[in-house]
Design a protein around this ligand. Structure first.
Ligand code: ATP
Length: 234
């Protein structure tokens, strides 16, 4: 399979007063088209920093980041904004829906500016919310709100889907259903999914597991036979 994402010797340094903090300290990995990737690590390991750089929300201090045919580390602010808008779907722990828009309007609002977007209603059907499209976020459960957030990300028809602790605010059963949805979407659409979590138990659901420790890559493992979420317990 072709390489979609390439990180080469990526560093990220924050300067807090006199003290430099190395959030990433020479990170190398690559991800192929269509892969489901789990990035694992303890709190402060650098997971979100990797995801933010990958999503064009933050920039590397040094090194090279390539996504598709674009070298992110060479893009200016305007180009990065375009990249974020067109190429990346984001799913966060907290759903960040617009409270005074319905589920359908939330998805339509996000996709309006995207050239190749998919039909909002179709995607809401796909995530199991056919009967909830007219509901406002406050009328939906946490799991349903996260489904809207996933629909919003997928409907952009992005190159990749980035998920930062997407089940962090959900109970076990609902969280598992959301992971199953992400796994199904990856299988059906062949979109690359990169999911950041501290929960090592879900590693078997991925094609590739990248472990991060103290700003460095500890290991990259390929699962010869990935497991369906239903078969994983934690
Ligand atoms: N804006 C910032 N300014 C200074 N330091 C930062 C900033 N953002 C992150 N860091 C530091 O960089 C390191 C990596 O942070 P990061 O958020 O990527 O970790 P993480 O693995 O995602 O952790 P968590 O699971 O707790 O979210 C940490 O030491 C953190 O304190």
């Amino acid at each position: 399979m072709r390489t979609l994402i390439d990180f080469k010797k990526v560093t990220k340094q924050y300067q807090i007063g006199e003290v430099p903090i190395k959030a990433l300290d020479g990170v190398d990995f690559s991800i192929s088209e269509g892969e489901f990737v789990v990035i694992l690590g303890a709190s402060g390991a650098g997971k979100s920093t990797i995801l933010n750089i990958l999503g064009g929300m933050d920039t590397a201090t040094s090194g090279q980041v390539v996504v598709g045919n674009q070298e992110l580390t060479r893009l200016n602010e305007k180009q990065l904004t375009e990249y974020r808008g067109e190429k990346v779907g984001f799913v966060f722990q907290f759903y960040n829906l617009i409270p005074n828009l319905t589920a359908l309007e939330n998805v339509e609002f996000a996709t309006e500016v995207c050239k190749n977007h998919l039909d909002a209603k179709d995607i809401l059907n796909k995530v199991g919310l056919t009967n909830r499209v007219k509901n406002f976020p406050s009328q939906l459960s946490g799991g349903e709100q996260q489904r809207v957030a996933i629909a919003r990300a997928v409907a952009k028809n992005p190159l990749l889907l980035l998920c930062d602790e997407p089940t962090g605010a959900l109970d076990y059963v609902t969280g598992k259903a959301v992971l199953k949805l992400l796994q199904d979407l990856n299988r059906d659409t062949r979109k690359c999914v990169v999911l950041v979590t501290h929960n090592s138990a879900i590693a078997p659901m991925a094609d590739k597991v990248i472990k991060v420790k103290s700003g460095r890559i500890e290991s990259v493992t390929l699962n010869a036979e990935k497991q369906s979420v239903e078969g994983i317990e934690w």
